[in-house]
Design a protein around this ligand. Sequence first.
Ligand SMILES: C[S@@+](CC[C@H](N)C(=O)[O-])C[C@H]1O[C@@H](n2cnc3c(N)ncnc32)[C@H](O)[C@@H]1O
Length: 269
Amino acid sequence: MIDAGEQSAAGVKQCCALFYGSDAARALFGESFHPGGVALTLELGEMLGLTADSVVLDVASGRGVSAFGLAERFGCRVTGVDLSEGNVTEANAESKRRGLEARVDFQVADAERLPFTSESFDIIVCECAFCTFPDKAAAASEFARVLKPKGRVGLSDLTRVAEPLPELDGLLAWIACIGDAQPLENYAAWLTDAGFSISSSASRHACLHDLVASIRGKLFTAEILIGLKKLELPGLDIEQAKRFAKVAAQAVHDRKLGYAVLVGERRSA
Ligand SMILES: C[S@@+](CC[C@H](N)C(=O)[O-])C[C@H]1O[C@@H](n2cnc3c(N)ncnc32)[C@H](O)[C@@H]1O
């Protein structure tokens, strides 16, 4: 396994974008790439107080499923950014298919260098992605910059205990959002340092438990289908992924890994 420590920050980001733009990611996760799926996104939308007037930025928007869910439920406008060109192309095509292109659009951009003028958005959502950004302070400071004063950010993300988890190290762990997952208080500290006041947070451990169980089931099925030559998932080492998922499931069971939502409000200058 490749050591994430040996990878450049740009390399880690590109690997992450490559994986989440691949057929393997869709086969394992479905369309929504975070624990809790769209149901948890909508819960986050409620926590953020979204309305039809909200102008929302979805940072690391994947295939756009969360953006569509928010726009359809709350009537808001959503722009999504993601590093994966494939995800952005597919998300824009899906926006058109749903007749949402006037309110929901996507572009390729890096969370650490957002291509928007300051104070452009009311709300930011960032799901299962902040933990993968090599420079989290830069991303948090970009969130504060592009939000209007009193604008709100909602993160949902992997959490882990403070002590090292060497069994869950390396590039695969990083891509699976585990490698640089942090205790909840560290996410809160990055946001606070960037100019946010934390208004609420909550554990959603069961969402992670269910997702890991579902991925293990899908890996089992995929292995059989690949053996029968009825499925191809190039680039995915099924044996390695199965071993990794087993260790991750144990860590979730032992509460070394979890999932949480966190909402912060931008302090006035
Ligand atoms: C686990 S997926 C989550 C996607 C989406 N938020 C969801 O929940 O369905 C992580 C996403 O982050 C994107 N990503 C990784 N690093 C990024 C960065 N620096 N800037 C923007 N997107 C990034 C990847 O391309 C991938 O689509």
